[in-house]
Design a protein around this ligand. Structure first.
Ligand code: OKS
Ligand code: ZN
Length: 347
């Protein structure tokens, strides 16, 4: 399996996120990807390579041009507001929710920061754009492998992507890597593509990007948004719209769900993906379903991830894995490698 490793990921290194009225240290830290890289090397999984660069046009297949333009200049604009900002992360303070306008692009940088985001937990730093766009390149390269006939590939990158929408960041995500991979598969000739999101959190960005499309099926198993982040999307009655009706499947599960019930949900999603007729699969691989995750509530154990990989392989589709969440940092390598090993043994 080719592993496209984003070696620019440490350029995105948030210090603090806003959490219930105070700035707390970030959970989404560079060490996350370092532990996965170490484990891949230790267990000799995959051929670890760099992704070739991509143009902005590839990202613009799933993201708005004005959003990409914003991301590319955001740090410089933040520092221009106040030179002392060079020493602190950029976080939004204002959001244009219901009754406000989002069609007029504000000249004010803090106002644009809010227009293009949905929470204050996702610090934007000096190297965020560089790290995030190279993550998109890793996802595109993983898709390219499948188009060239490979059974699987892995985009190992951070920041993660599945909360990022067409024109917004949030949930530690800026560029939607899984959406980039799915779109690249479509543009490369795959007629029907599925994204299966097994991160603890609902992939609201990916869902929204493909919600009205019949050519990309989105399925997600996640903590019930009534109690879990991102709260405002991910309910079972969201089935897609327009041409995309019934091309969206949400399987919310209560906090505390263990592997047996979680596995039934994932296998149901895989059956729906098979019935849909997908020619390729993108897996949003979050490892925050682990029982030891500090901010999540499912109860998967380390060995369960081998079974996850096996079940994914049994679906029989060319599969691109894209790294998402997971905050039990020291265990992330083991869990990621278990999924990939289970997959490779069964593939
Ligand atoms: C407040 C909670 C923010 C949760 C963000 C979840 C990010 C994630 N600190 N998404 O998959 O893992
Ligand atoms: Zn997550």
């Amino acid at each position: 399996m080719q592993v496209f490793y984003n070696d620019r990921h440490p350029l995105h290194h948030g210090r603090h996120e806003m959490f219930r009225g105070e700035l707390v240290p970030c959970f989404e830290v560079p060490e996350r990807a370092d532990f996965v890289l170490q484990a891949l090397r230790a267990r000799a999984i995959g051929d670890i390579v760099a992704a070739p660069g991509i143009g902005i046009d590839v990202l613009a297949r799933v993201h708005a041009r004005r959003y990409l333009e914003f991301l590319s200049t955001a740090w410089d604009e933040w520092v221009a507001l106040d030179p002392r900002n060079a020493g602190r992360d950029a976080l939004p303070s204002y959001w244009p929710i219901r009754t406000f306008r989002s069609d007029v692009l504000p000249a004010s940088f803090p106002a644009r920061m809010g227009l293009f985001s949905f929470d204050a937990g996702s610090p934007l730093t000096a190297g965020t754009w560089e790290a995030a766009r190279w993550g998109g390149a890793c996802a595109a390269a993983a898709a390219g492998q499948l188009l060239a006939g490979a059974r699987s590939a892995f985009a190992l990158t951070r920041p993660p992507g599945h909360h990022a929408g067409h024109d917004f960041f949030g949930g530690y995500c800026f560029i939607n890597n899984a959406a980039v991979a799915a779109q690249c598969l479509r543009d490369g000739g795959m007629r029907k593509v599925a994204v299966l999101d097994i991160d603890y959190h609902h992939g609201n960005g990916t869902q929204a990007i493909f919600y009205e499309r019949a050519d990309v099926f989105f399925a997600s198993v996640h903590g019930d948004p009534l109690t879990e982040y991102p709260y405002y999307l991910g309910h079972a009655d969201e089935r897609g719209a327009g041409a995309g009706l019934d091309c969206n499947l949400n399987l919310p599960l209560p906090k505390g769900t263990g592997f047996a019930d979680w596995r039934k949900a994932m296998d149901f999603a895989l059956r729906r993906i098979s019935a849909y007729g997908a020619e390729a699969l993108v897996v949003s691989l979050g490892l925050d379903t682990f029982e030891g995750d500090p901010i999540s509530g499912f109860r998967l154990a380390s060995a369960d991830y081998l079974r996850v990989g096996e079940d994914l392989a049994a679906a029989g589709l060319p599969t691109a894995f894209v790294f998402e969440g997971g905050y039990a940092v020291a265990d992330l390598g083991l869990h990621t490698v278990n999924v990939l090993e289970g997959f490779l043994q069964r593939a």
